[in-house]
Structure formats: structure tokens, C-alpha cells
Write a protein that binds this ligand. Sequence first.
Ligand SMILES: Cc1cc2nc3c(=O)[nH]c(=O)nc-3n(C[C@H](O)[C@H](O)[C@H](O)COP(=O)(O)OP(=O)(O)OC[C@H]3O[C@@H](n4cnc5c(N)ncnc54)[C@H](O)[C@@H]3O)c2cc1C
Length: 403
Amino acid sequence: MTNRRVLIVGASIAGPALAWWLRHHGFTVTVVERASALRPGGYKIDIRGAAIDVVEQMGLKEQLEGLETDMQVMSFVNKAGKRLASVPADLFMGRGEADLEVMRGDLSRILYDATRADVEYIFGDTVVGVDQADGTVTFKNGEPRTFDVVVGADGLHSVVRELTFGAEQEFVNDLGHLVSIGTVPNHLGLDRQELIYSAPGRTLNLYSTGKGHDAKALFLFTAPGLTYDRHDVQAQQRILDEAFRGAGWETDLLLDEIARADDFYFDTVSQVGLKRYGEGRVSLVGDAAYCPSFASGQGTSLALVGAYVLAGELAKADHPEAFAAYERTMRPFVERNLQLGRDNLGRMVSKSAFQSWIGAALMRVLPKLPGKDSMIEKMTKPIHDAARAIDLPQYRTAADDHL
Ligand SMILES: Cc1cc2nc3c(=O)[nH]c(=O)nc-3n(C[C@H](O)[C@H](O)[C@H](O)COP(=O)(O)OP(=O)(O)OC[C@H]3O[C@@H](n4cnc5c(N)ncnc54)[C@H](O)[C@@H]3O)c2cc1C
């Protein structure tokens, strides 16, 4: 086979997960990451359905269980901070018993630690060109090198996608919202609780996994068609400030704090739709290929499953057939989860004060309603079905056969 040396671009979730599976199948793997070190931060993320099977096969499930957020309660608060309704966190998030919720940074670190011994990681560099004819990759800083296969795991604004398939606008569907996340002091002493404040067009979530821990703030707001410089953090903070300043509850204080956060994250809520998952010797995985948006709650699970399938197919066949098989296996699963993201987003930001009030009122009465179990099942079924909407192929290696 002619696809043994693989370059992966991006070291967040999809990149290190793909590196793990490629190493498992005997490939030689290099990962290049633009940031100078593994990026910390992010909100809590869910690993569900088929992705649970993937982390179990990687032998990482137990480690992840030890880092579960163990969130207990979600409460809706009003402008004055009064708790309008409180519901068990598992119920609110539609989390099944087998699902895992961990911090994004913890998952990224676990995947990196599980691969760093036998995968070459290069931080502080990126790719500026890929010669499809002979596989020569040109780096921004390092010397050119040759690889059999190049995979972009470089997220929503993938450079590998742009170099291979064309400009971002063709593939990225902006859903008209912006999201910002950062670590802030836990000034309310939250202990495994999440508070949600909803104002028309804006939602602010704040949670902490324990009294002695920091808190995470998540600002989500409607901003159709708004454009900004992705590399200008101050401009992003101004946009956030204009959207939320004076909105009530703890917003002003949290705006001041998030502006000081060293893991400040700001992006559009967008989806990626690609016609093909491979071109020549280049393919994509994770958000670069099929970002379902954070509203789906499935971006991380898609990345983990996609890494498993892509590596397995590359182990079975040369890259043209492998990329085609990867796409055939993933596409129905991807489409289902993209739909979930679009459906969920409408429920995450209220259009009016009345809608915010109704949402909180429903949550207040729901746990007391006689038919609550079937109602909850109906509400959470779409996410469970989407998370399981793939039959994972089994890919055996020579090492597996000796077990
Ligand atoms: C710091 C951070 C915080 C996040 N927080 C959340 C969150 O709170 N909630 C949520 O749902 N999702 C969050 N995400 C996105 C989430 O990680 C992804 O949706 C999902 O896990 C899929 O991961 P991914 O590896 O495909 O993409 P990403 O997690 O987006 O990772 C892409 C990686 O590629 C790197 N990269 C980008 N461009 C280049 C380049 N040109 N050259 C080399 N490297 C490059 C990035 O630095 C990053 O490490 C966050 C992502 C990051 C990077």
C-alpha cells in the first residue's frame, strides 16, 4: 500500500484521535498544530452513542469516566438572579446513562498523551501548500517534507480544505449566531451547577464543576450576516460587549472577566457541508469536514467516529478507495447530526421575553407532570438516535489477530 506516511493538520480532538487509530494500524504519523502548544479551554462536551464505542475500543473510557463533569443541576435565572426553575442536568441535556460529559481540554489532553510517544507532534507551524503529484508539503516555518496522505483536522476554518477544495464560503453555512466561551472566576460559588440566563436574542450560561474550581461562561447570540476579523481578538470582544452589555443578571461582570480569560474562544455557529471527503491524497476529518455546529452537541462525537472510520479504511485500501469508503460510511451519520444542530439552535436562543419565560415555566413544571418520562424521552430521542445513526465497521489489524 502507498499510504503509510500520514500528515495530520490540527491537534485538538479529531487530529490526535486520528493519529491514535493510524498508529494502531501501523502508520507513521506526524501532526502539525498552528498553536504553540496544545490548546486548553472550551466548554464541557458530550461523547455519545457510537463515539462511546470508539473511546472504549481505544481503552480510554475509564480515564474519561474519571474526569466526568458530574453536573447536577441546571437552573434558569431571571434578570435579578432569581432561580425560576431547576432541573437535573442529565435530564436537561438528554444525557443517557452511557454518555460521557468531560471538559474539551481534558479530552484533547488525554488523546495527545495517548499518542505523543509514537507520533511526531510539531507545534507552532502550519501547512501552506500540498503538491498532489508527489505529496510534498510546504510548511510556513519548517522545511518541505513528503507524505503519502495529508488529512486536515484543522477545524471549522480549515486551511487544508481551502487549499484542496476552495474558499470557505462554498462549504461553510453560517447559522446566524455567534458563540464565545472562556474561563472566569467562580464568583457565585457554583458547585456542579449551571445557570442559564435568557434574554431576547441572547443566552448566557455559567457553570462550574466544583466550588474550588473556576467557572466557564458561554455567551450565545443571534447575529445574522455579521462579519469580523477572526484574528482580531479585541474586535471580537467589542462585538460581544455590544451584544450583551446591560442585558441584566451577571452579564456585565462576566463580560469584564471573559475579556481577561487566556482561553477566550469566539466563533460563528456554522456547519460544514462537503460534496466529497477526499481529493487526490488529501482528506478531512472532524469539524473541517462536517462541523455540525456546537448546537448539535455532536461535534466531538463526529470527530471521534470519523477518525476511527478514516483510519480503518486507510488500513484496508489505498487512499482513493479508502476516502470513498470513509465517505459512504460517514455521510448518513453526518447528515443526521447536521440536521440535529439546525433543529436545536432555534431552541437555544429565545426570540422574545415571552419565549424565555415559557421555556423556564416548562422546565419548572416538567419534573412534576404525570407523563414526564414519555415527554422527556420524546424530547431527547432525536439526539440519541442521531448519536447512534451509524453501524461502526470493525477494522482488524494484524496485532488484533494475535490477541
Ligand atoms: C480552544 C477551543 C475551544 C473549543 N470549545 C468548544 C466548546 O466549548 N464547545 C464545543 O462544542 N466545541 C468547542 N470547540 C470545538 C470542538 O473542539 C470541535 O467542534 C470538535 O471537538 C471537533 O474537533 P476538531 O478537532 O475537528 O476541531 P477543533 O477542535 O476546532 O480543532 C482544530 C485544531 O486545528 C488547529 N488549527 C486550525 N487551523 C490550523 C492550521 N492552519 N494549521 C495547523 N493547525 C490548525 C486549531 O488550533 C485546533 O487545535 C473548541 C475548539 C477549540 C480549538
